[in-house]
Design a protein around this ligand. Structure first.
Ligand code: HEM
Length: 759
């Protein structure tokens, strides 16, 4: 050792708080268990007692809307409005916030206002939405915590549409803000040509900024090729875009290719062809695109901008840097002669004229009418100046694609039909990830739609404690094994995902297609349980006014199973049960959209759907499942260890069932997992499955998957496993398992929370 050397020298040069190298830089493939503990209460200044439902109830909705309307018409000097109306600009911000939603994992979307944080705030496609949010700030400050940023962002673009003439379907509040960036969402590979964002200048290549050229592509193969595919679960074709490249895939200017990209990305956003055309043709009836200045002159995104820019990015040094000098996407111009009024001019002009390729002042590829007599559109700022109309390659997609074209023709022939289609698609877009209507707040929520996954209201008295005890006894008396009771309840409740608040036990959709037939649910076994429970329900319901729904009974039967399993291990526990679920019908179940809830990996049941092409190890997707179930690391560990000894593998296999007492709630799983009595021998080089070989005898005692062994390998999970393996661990495990079980059963019970408050 060098004598006298400062022991802290490493921290003086580049080792300060937050600098690299951090864990993730050294070990990029580590399992990021900390993703389970995001957006903790410590980051939220509202405090634990804050109740957003109460806050919204105290809000004067009409006054708020009136304030937004008046703001839309009041231009400010630091960012003057186009055409004297902030409506189109607000609408784009709103759409971009909601449009990150993807149905595969329910992530993205409007619900937490994540557009305010990295990386989304700094995506190229969100250019100048920083200005839109800042323009709204006075209203946010006026209403304070009575309206969340995420609700206000949705409302602004909706009031804008209404103000410009579109009848709206209503508006629901209920989105609660995150207070830190979300790190759990996989947006696809970031990084620009191997460079970090700070190193990547906005570079023109034929006028296209570096971020848009040939990197961060989300698709594989050639766009013209049959093998063309977007990486699952992504719903944008390109890094830093919300959806697709307006200049065509990778800027190729081909409307047919653009159509292919649009169809794929919007389908993953849960929109069909008609909804897609309605949304884009509807949105582009308004406003303009901004491309006055080449991208190489525009400053960095907000995350890398100078401190003096006060959180803004994309500083524009030309002219005033705003108004007629604005450069956002790079394309320049408006689609219609009257960009602040709801009309059918977008489709009319798209179809009436031939369009030819041209370039904007910023160098971006766009289209202009061939016909010199085509209508012109007034400049957004320069009085008296008239400009050519503009279409993007993605707009022309609707004209050239035969299916889209048919829809456009229908919309052209029937403006009222188009108006309703747009209004409804907009309503779906901005509420898609708000979850069941029991979460919806405010006085003007609109009608009922199938995409809300509706469940009926409770229309009968609910079971009391004595009846619950009686029903549990009846369930156990049927002789159905613990394994099957627990499996049915888990199958029902565990579809919940906190990303878009869909799924869960309420509605009992586990007894309806497609869930009833999913292989992960072991349909034959599930059927047996459901038939038996139907018998108990019929008998119970016949006795009087009090009824029990199948949704409740499935959960109750699972609770009875868990209690028995604990009792058989010598632990007397009562698993909490809160009635009030109701049964949905097949008629009100959108099969296609429920198929998306089928797990890719459910490590709790040692299930891996090999048909889904993820290039990620199973334990990472298992972590993702735990995150979508809102579990903490100890809850995740306790549930897995408990479900293993309760014999919950979907196919009845032995993976990870480290016990000779199946169906008894014990800590056997953890005792074997942490023991050095065993060596773990992989079956194949890629280490998907293993034998646990007793060192003393050389005999194979158990077998396991990655989703079992990860709890012994990962340093943080291992600490929890050792805790449960300890001599006093079993009692803790039983306690924690029951708590975590109850939590999962209640994840979708927003109705119960509301009822508790009201009581
Ligand atoms: C503006 C692309 C879908 C509403 C823009 C701009 C681009 C674009 C490049 C110009 C941004 C700028 O430079 O200021 C696309 C593409 C879409 C799409 C490629 C899908 C294929 C939608 C949808 C809506 C929408 C679904 C809303 C329902 C708007 C509005 C503007 C706009 C209102 C004008 C913003 C302003 O005036 O400041 N769009 N868009 N767009 N978009 Fe879209």
């Amino acid at each position: 050792a060098t004598q006298g050397a400062c022991p802290f020298r490493g921290t003086r040069i580049g080792g300060a708080l937050g600098s690299e190298p951090q864990l993730d830089h050294w070990w990029p493939n580590r399992l990021k268990v900390e993703l389970l503990h995001q957006d903790p209460p410590q980051s939220n200044p509202l405090g634990a007692d804050f109740d957003y439902a109460e806050a919204v109830a105290s809000l004067d909705y009409e006054a708020l809307k009136a304030d937004i309307r008046s703001f839309l018409h009041t231009s400010v000097e630091w960012w003057p409005s186009d055409y004297g109306h902030y409506g189109p600009q607000m609408n784009r911000m709103t759409w971009h916030s909601a449009g990150t939603y993807r149905i595969a994992d329910g992530r993205g979307g409007s619900s937490e206002g994540l557009q305010r944080f990295a990386p989304i705030n700094s995506w190229w496609d969100n250019g100048n939405t920083d200005k839109s949010r800042r323009l709204l700030l006075p209203i946010k400050l006026k209403y304070g915590s009575r309206v969340s940023w995420s609700d206000l962002m949705m409302l602004a673009g909706t009031v804008a549409l209404e103000d410009m003439g579109l009848p709206i379907q209503g508006f629901a509040f209920g989105r609660e803000d995150a207070w830190e960036a979300d790190r759990a969402t996989y947006w696809g590979p970031e990084g620009w040509n191997g460079k970090r964002p700070t190193e990547a200048p906005a570079h023109p290549q034929e006028g296209r900024p570096e971020q848009m050229v040939n990197r961060g592509l989300r698709w594989e193969g050639d766009v013209k090729d049959d093998h063309y595919d977007l990486e699952n679960p992504l719903a944008a074709s390109h890094q830093s875009l919300i959806y697709v490249d307006p200049e065509g895939p990778n800027g190729n200017g081909d409307p047919m290719d653009a159509a292919r990209d649009i169809r794929e990305t919007f389908a993953r956003m849960a929109m069909n062809d008609e909804e897609t055309v309605a949304l884009v043709a509807g949105g582009h009836a308004f406003g303009k695109s901004h491309g006055a200045v080449p991208a190489d002159q525009i400053g960095g995104a907000p995350e890398v901008a100078k401190m003096s820019e006060m959180g803004f990015g994309w500083a524009n040094p030309v002219g005033t840097g705003n108004a007629e000098y604005t450069s956002t996407n790079g394309i320049e111009g408006s689609w219609t002669p009257n960009p602040t009024r709801w009309d059918n001019d977008y489709l009319t002009n798209l179809f009436k004229f031939e369009w030819e390729q041209t370039r904007s002042p910023a160098g971006s590829l766009q289209w202009t009418p061939k016909d010199p007599d085509a209508p012109k559109t007034p400049d957004a700022h320069v009085p008296g100046q008239m400009n050519n109309l503009m279409m993007m390659t993605t707009d022309l997609a609707f004209k050239v694609d035969p299916e889209y074209r048919k829809i456009c023709e229908k919309f052209l022939a029937d403006f009222d039909y188009f108006t309703e289609a747009f209004s409804k698609a907009w309503h779906k877009l901005i509420h898609r990830d708000l979850g069941p209507t029991s979460r919806w707040l405010g006085p003007d929520q609109g009608g009922t739609f199938i995409w809300q996954d509706p469940v009926p209201e409770v229309d009968h008295p609910l079971v009391d404690d004595a009846q619950v005890a009686d029903l549990k006894r009846k369930v156990l008396d049927t002789g159905l094994p613990v394994r099957e009771l627990v499996a049915a309840a888990w199958a029902s409740a565990s579809t919940y995902r906190d990303s878009d608040k869909r799924g869960g036990a309420n509605g009992a959709r586990v007894q309806i297609a497609p869930q009833r037939g999913w292989d992960v649910n072991n349909p034959a076994q599930l059927d047996r349980v459901l038939r038996t429970l139907e018998g108990i329900k019929a008998e119970f319901d016949a006795q009087g006014a009090t009824k029990i729904s199948m949704a409740d009974l499935i959960v109750l039967a699972g609770c009875a199973g868990v209690e028995k399993a604990a009792r058989d291990g010598g632990h007397e526990v009562t698993v909490p049960f809160v009635p009030g679920r109701t049964d949905a019908t097949a008629e009100w179940t959108d099969e296609e959209s429920f198929e998306w809830l089928k797990p890719v990996v459910d490590g709790f049941r040692n299930y891996v759907n090999e048909d889904v092409g993820y290039h990620v190890a199973a334990e990472h997707l298992f972590l993702d499942k735990a995150a979508l179930l809102k579990l903490t690391a100890p809850e995740w560990t306790a549930l897995t260890g408990g479900l293993r000894v309760l014999d919950q593998n979907w196919d009845g296999s032995d993976w990870g069932i480290f016990t000779t007492r199946r169906g008894v709630l014990s800590n056997d799983f953890f005792k074997v997992l942490v023991s050095m009595d065993y060596a773990w021998k992989p079956h194949t080089e890629d280490e998907r499955t293993f034998d646990l070989v007793e060192r003393a005898t050389g005999q194979t005692k158990w077998k396991a998957t990655r989703c079992d062994l990860v709890f012994g390998v990962n340093t943080e999970l291992r600490q929890v496993s050792e805790f449960y393996a300890g001599s006093d661990g079993e009692a803790s495990l039983v306690r924690d398992f029951v708590k975590a079980w109850h939590k999962v059963m209640m994840l979708d019970r927003f109705d119960a929370k509301a009822a508790r408050k009201a009581a």
